[in-house]
Design a protein around this ligand. Structure first.
Ligand code: SF4
Length: 291
């Protein structure tokens, strides 16, 4: 298993390979699968992601609590009118991220990459960048291996759990995974992928986990939409040659330290942040019938 960004970049340089290729070879050895079998496993994930990223636009989906209800459709409809501030690509990515969260909160099928609460970011970025670049399905699958390397390194050295590290660890990690994948899908170097991942982590450092009524719905859905935008912006910065002054591995440790220093009120307990606002408390009472 590859346990640091430094090690990953050294392997890429030594073998003159992309991140995905290094990870694929590592996984073939670790799991004892053929390349085809490994790709088939990842293709299943990709297909689940593709479906979740459009389901809430095509069908009426309501979360179990009713807090999420049609936002993916709303943003998609406005985008189709061609009158958005951020432009078509960003709006398509946000639509996909919101759709995944709506599917998740209605107990539908998603890929927790790295968690259910952050399940919209990677599909949104991957599908939108692949669509823009006219990427093959094979290259999308490879990009998922690149994303998995980043997620694996974060999980090994820090955490991807909101309960342990705040939303920076969930949506932040998903953004870092998506940014690295987007760079590789856009023919950037392994260094650029990790620069993009580091930049995304910097931009969400300190983000708390504060789900309204303790449900993975609000502000989670909007954080997924913003997490996708964060990843795409970081990928563009890295692809233009902008470096992360702080290396990826150091940003992972910084994120972990910040997470550990957060009070428990800000780590998925629904006792602080957005969850502790008067409106959120009212919502919680309506849903659960008590304080
Ligand atoms: S606020 Fe908490 S529950 Fe919601 S996505 Fe972020 S980490 Fe997950």
């Amino acid at each position: 298993m590859i346990t640091s960004g430094h090690e990953l970049l050294e392997l890429c340089e030594k073998e003159n390979k992309s991140i995905s290729e290094v990870v694929i070879e590592d996984q073939i050895k670790a799991l004892g699968l053929t390349r085809e079998e490994l790709f088939e496993k990842m293709r299943v994930n990709l297909n689940v992601m593709k479906r979740a990223a459009k389901l809430a636009v095509e069908e009426d989906i309501k979360s179990v609590s009713g807090l999420l209800d049609g936002d993916a459709k709303r943003i998609n409809e406005r985008n189709l009118k061609g009158d958005t501030i951020c432009g078509d690509r960003i709006n398509r990515a946000m639509t996909r991220a919101l759709s995944c969260l709506e599917v998740n909160s209605s107990m539908g099928r998603i890929v927790a990459a790295p968690t259910a609460g952050s399940c919209g970011i990677l599909p949104a970025v991957l599908i939108t960048v692949a669509e823009t670049n006219n990427s093959s399905e094979e290259n999308m699958i490879k990009a998922l291996f690149t994303a998995s390397a980043v997620g694996g390194i974060i999980a090994h050295n820090a955490t991807v759990s909101g309960a342990e590290g705040g939303c920076q660890a969930e949506c932040g990690s998903a953004s870092a995974m998506a940014a690295a994948a987007a760079v590789e899908l856009s023919h950037g170097s392994p260094e650029m992928s990790l620069d993009a991942a580091a930049i995304t982590l910097k931009c969400v450092l300190g983000l708390v986990c504060d789900p309204v009524a303790g449900l993975v719905e609000s502000p989670c859905a909007k954080r997924n939409a913003m997490g996708a935008v964060n990843a795409m912006a970081a990928a563009d910065m890295a692809l233009s040659g902008i470096k992360s002054i702080i290396p990826f591995d150091e940003m992972v440790m910084a994120m972990y330290k910040v997470g550990r220093s957060m009070p428990c009120e800000l780590k998925e307990t629904a006792l602080g942040g957005t969850a502790a606002t008067p409106t959120a408390i009212e919502i919680s009472k309506k849903i659960f019938g008590k304080d």
